[in-house]
Design a protein around this ligand. Structure first.
Ligand code: G1P
Ligand code: ZN
Length: 543
């Protein structure tokens, strides 16, 4: 075996976005592309020598090949140890847990999350730091800087490691340990929740359908829900991870998890439905005939977390991304704990969790999690819901009704306008930003603008600042529209419009979401001149 130094790079555009570097798979497969990004990552963290890493991904096309390359590069850069999931598989929360449990220096997650997989679809890579969470902006900026000046990468010409074989082997001086991807994570879940109580729920005839969407949570959900908790065989559907997610779009929302939605709205719907995404960090929660928005789910979990053993002592605080509805804020208020509003992206929760300021975190994009790891965690959210349902003995619909009767309801929807030419999207955002100062007091569709600004975040733990994190228009009477451009897309620009309307505890909680949001939506269309800038007012996807 010899170490090779291959002259290559730099490649343009290797800038980590909301969640690592995401590109079309074929771009990642270009000779040296993945390698230059990985070498830049090692360079940015002061080298890999003597360090240990967890490496795994969601099993999408190119996952296994990318892991072989990364292992040979880690070895050539002098790393001491790599811990890899069997078959190259590890869910994102499982990577986070393994980094923390093994005390490794960091980890590399291969995934493009909920984006489709395949040679003509998407691939991604994300670096996580020693706390188990996504690298903060200071680190990703350092990686980006390295990608712009890289001229060569180091790699061993060793043979591939057998990723299907559990146990240890070596590449050069580096130990490669192939581990069961599920066991440690499932054990962690047992420490957080009352498994006996949930088991009794299933024994009492409670029914569940979990859609793994042909993605990474299949083996995790089968082990935890069916094997350890006794949910009936067949409760987990689409349970075998496939390289292209069965040709689907592994995003757990009512649009992409249509089969599950139809089943949950049918006459013989199970009591509880849930789905998770490509890499297992997102979740969708549905009761019989009842869809729960991710923002509401965060609020309900926060209000009821004390019913699960891990949170029996209460919450230190709650954190939500800015576009997420303010439903959780009302719960924090009532609990008398702090509520933090962060920019979009899980990396912003890391400091709050590390400092013990927040216990639960959530994003409107179907991400919820807690201090048990430093990533959002799909199955964790499902288990917390099950623990709450087991304790309360009510249906999901009843729990939602009670919640709104206590806190009021935040009607909420996100509208995505995809593949917009980048210049049009930028022009729209610039024009809106330019008029923000003048919006307060103006009236649109019967609503008065109370306040409008561009969101900036001052991290209360390390004092770092993040600017331009979304444009907010707040209306009198509890309405809000937020606009931002996606940082995870791989084609053109995706405009995300987040719409919210609060109705207080004594108001009508039975409206259709679109109807409740009509005024906010039409005010947003007029203020932004949406039609004029992008030529349409109907989104591609509403979640
Ligand atoms: C999207 C979501 C964001 C989430 C990220 C990674 O980012 O909006 O909440 O953290 O995916 O899963 P965006 O494409 O909006 O930048
Ligand atoms: Zn994901």
């Amino acid at each position: 075996m010899t170490l090779q130094i291959v002259e290559k790079g730099p490649f343009e555009g290797q800038k980590p976005g909301t969640s690592g570097l995401r590109k079309k798979t074929r771009i990642f497969m270009e000779p040296g592309y993945l390698e230059c990004f990985v070498q830049s990552t090692f360079n940015a963290i002061g080298g890999a020598a003597g360090k240990s890493f967890v490496i795994g991904g969601d099993g999408r096309f190119f996952n296994a090949a990318a892991i072989q390359t990364i292992l040979k590069m880690a070895a050539a850069n002098g790393a001491a140890r790599a811990v890899v999931g069997q078959g190259g598989i590890l869910s994102t929360p499982a990577v986070s847990h393994l980094i923390r449990k093994r005390g490794t220096d960091g980890g590399l997650v291969l995934s493009a999350s909920h984006n489709p997989g395949g040679i003509d679809e998407d691939f991604g890579i994300k670096y996580n730091i020693a706390n188990g969470g996504p690298a903060p902006e200071t680190v990703t900026a350092g990686i980006h800087a390295e990608t712009q000046k890289i001229a060569a990468y180091r790699i061993s010409d060793a043979a591939d490691v057998d990723l299907n074989q559990l146990g240890s082997s070596r590449i050069e001086e580096m130990t490669v340990e192939v581990v069961d991807p599920v066991a440690d994570y499932a054990d962690l879940m047992e420490t957080l929740f009352d498994f006996n109580k949930i088991r009794a729920l299933f024994q009492g005839g409670f029914t569940l359908c979990f859609d793994a969407m042909h993605a990474v949570t299949g083996p995790y959900a089968t082990e935890i829900l069916q094997r350890r908790l006794g949910a009936a065989d067949g409760s987990v559907i689409n349970a075998i991870p496939s390289e292209d997610f069965g040709g689907g779009h592994p995003d757990p929302n009512p649009v992409w998890a249509k089969t599950l939605m139809q089943r949950m709205m049918s006459d013989d719907a199970p009591d509880f439905g849930a789905a998770s995404d490509g890499d297992g960090d997102r979740n969708m929660i549905v009761g019989r005939h009842t869809y729960v928005t991710p923002s509401d789910s965060l609020a309900v979990l926060a209000a009821n977390a004390h019913l699960a053993p891990a949170y029996a002592q209460g919450l230190a605080g709650i954190a939500r991304s800015m576009p997420t509805s303010t439903a959780a804020d009302r719960v924090a208020d009532k609990l008398g704990v702090a509520c933090y509003e962060t920019p979009t992206g899980w990396k912003f929760f890391g400091n709050l969790l590390d400092a013990g300021r927040a216990t639960l975190c959530g994003e409107e994009s179907a991400g919820t999690g807690s201090a048990h790891v430093r990533e959002k965690d799909g199955l964790w959210a499902v288990l917390l819901w099950l623990n709450i349902l087991a304790e309360r003995g009510q249906s999901v619909a009843d729990i939602m009704r009670d919640h709104w009767a206590c806190y009021g309801r935040n009607y909420y929807s996100r509208h995505d306008f995809e593949a917009i030419p980048t210049d049009q999207a930028n022009a729209l955002m610039q024009a809106l930003e330019a008029q923000l100062d003048r919006l307060a007091g103006t009236q649109w569709s019967g609503l008065t603008v109370a306040q409008a600004d561009s969101f900036s975040y001052l991290d209360p733990v390390d004092g770092s600042e993040s600017h331009n994190q979304g444009l907010r228009i707040v209306f009198e009477g509890g309405g809000r529209a937020v606009l931002r451009l996606s940082g995870t897309g791989t084609e053109g620009a995706t405009l995300r419009v987040y719409l919210e309307q609060y109705v207080d505890a004594s108001g009508d909680h039975t409206l259709a979401t679109d109807a409740a949001l009509e005024n906010v939506s039409s005010a947003m269309r007029d203020i932004t001149a949406l039609q004029e800038y992008i030529g349409r007012t109907e989104p591609d996807v509403k979640t």
